[in-house]
Design a protein around this ligand. Structure first.
Ligand SMILES: Nc1ncnc2c1ncn2[C@@H]1O[C@H](COP(=O)(O)OP(=O)(O)OP(=O)(O)O)[C@@H](O)[C@H]1O
Ligand SMILES: [Mg+2]
Length: 239
C-alpha cells in the first residue's frame, strides 16, 4: 500500500501582486493571464508504506513544497495528492511553537497541533525531555533557546508521537554531532518498525545513509528517482 501518492501535482503561486480592483479589471479586459510561478509541475510520485525516501535538489527546487503537499498544508493547484495514515510533519523550525511558553508547555502545545491530547502528551513527557537532552532548560521560555535546542525539542516531539509517516525538512542540519547521531538512530528504528520516512536534506551523506531511495527535484520537476547512491552520484556530477 502507498503512504503517499501524487498524480500530476502542480503548485503555483502568483508571482505579481495585484494591488487594486482597477488593476484586476484592466488585466481581465486585456485578457492577460496573471503570471504564475510554478513551484511544482507535473509531479507524479508514489511512496510505499514503510519506505524511506530522500528528496534532494537546489534551493528553490520545490522540496519543501512537495513535503507541504504531502502533509496537506498546501493544496495543489492541479493534480491529485493522497496521503494515508497518520502523518507528522517536521518543517521549518519554530512552526507549531510559542516563544513565550516554556519548553514543557510547548510539548503540550505542539502535541495539540499534531492532534494529540494532553493525556497522550503527558504519558510521553519524560521520554521527550530525556531524548531532547534539555532537562535543565525545559521550564525556560522557548525564546531563550538556541536554534539547535529548538530543533532538538521539535525532533523529540515529532518522533515521540505515534505516527505512521514522518516528514522531515532539513531539520537535522542544526543539531550538534551527538544529537545528530541519536537522530540517525531514531530514524533507523522508525524504518525498522515499518514506518514511512521522507527526508529533505542537502547533506547527501546522511541522506544516503538513512534513505534507500532518493528523488531529485529540479525547477519543480522530478529529474531522477531511484537508489540513493545512484541518484546522489548523478546529482553531484551535474553540479
Ligand atoms: N508561499 C509562496 N509564495 C510564493 N512563492 C513560493 C511560496 N512558497 C514557495 N514558493 C516558491 O516556490 C519555489 C520552491 O520553493 P521551496 O521552498 O519548495 O524550495 P526548496 O526546494 O525547499 O528550497 P530550499 O532548499 O531553499 O529549502 C521557490 O522558488 C519559492 O520562491
Ligand atoms: Mg526547503
Amino acid at each position: 500500500m502507498n503512504a503517499i501518492e501524487m498524480q500530476g501535482i502542480g503548485v503555483r503561486y502568483r508571482s505579481e501582486k495585484i494591488r487594486s480592483l482597477k488593476e484586476l479589471v484592466v488585466r481581465g479586459l486585456a485578457r492577460r493571464k496573471a503570471p504564475y510561478f510554478w513551484s511544482l509541475r507535473d509531479v507524479t510520485l508514489s511512496i510505499a508504506s514503510g519506505e524511506s525516501v530522500g528528496i534532494i535538489g537546489a534551493n528553490g527546487a520545490g522540496k519543501s513544497t512537495l513535503l507541504r503537499v504531502a502533509a496537506g498544508i498546501v493544496c495543489p493547484s492541479e493534480g491529485v495528492a493522497i496521503s494515508r495514515g497518520s502523518i507528522v510533519p517536521l518543517m521549518e523550525l519554530g512552526t507549531g511553537f510559542e516563544a513565550e511558553l516554556s519548553g514543557r508547555e510547548n510539548i503540550f502545545f505542539n502535541g495539540a497541533l499534531l492532534g494529540r491530547s494532553r493525556a497522550q502528551m503527558r504519558s510521553q513527557l519524560d521520554a521527550i525531555i530525556a531524548f531532547s537532552g534539555l532537562e535543565q532548560f525545559i521550564d525556560a521560555p522557548l525564546r531563550t533557546y538556541s536554534t539547535g535546542m529548538v530543533a532538538r525539542l521539535a525532533f523529540s516531539i515529532a518522533t515521540a508521537v505515534d505516527a505512521e509517516t514522518i516528514l522531515l525538512d532539513e531539520i537535522l542540519a542544526v543539531g550538534d554531532a551527538a544529537f545528530r547521531q541519536r537522530c540517525d538512530e531514531r530514524i533507523h528504528s522508525f524504518v525498522r518498525e515499518g514506518r514511512t520516512v521522507v527526508l529533505v536534506s542537502h547533506e547527501l551523506e546522511t541522506l544516503v545513509r538513512l534513505c534507500r531511495r532518493t528523488v531529485w527535484l529540479s525547477h519543480g520537476a522530478v529529474v531522477a528517482d531511484g537508489a540513493s547512491e545512484q541518484v546522489v552520484a548523478d546529482y553531484q556530477r551535474q553540479r
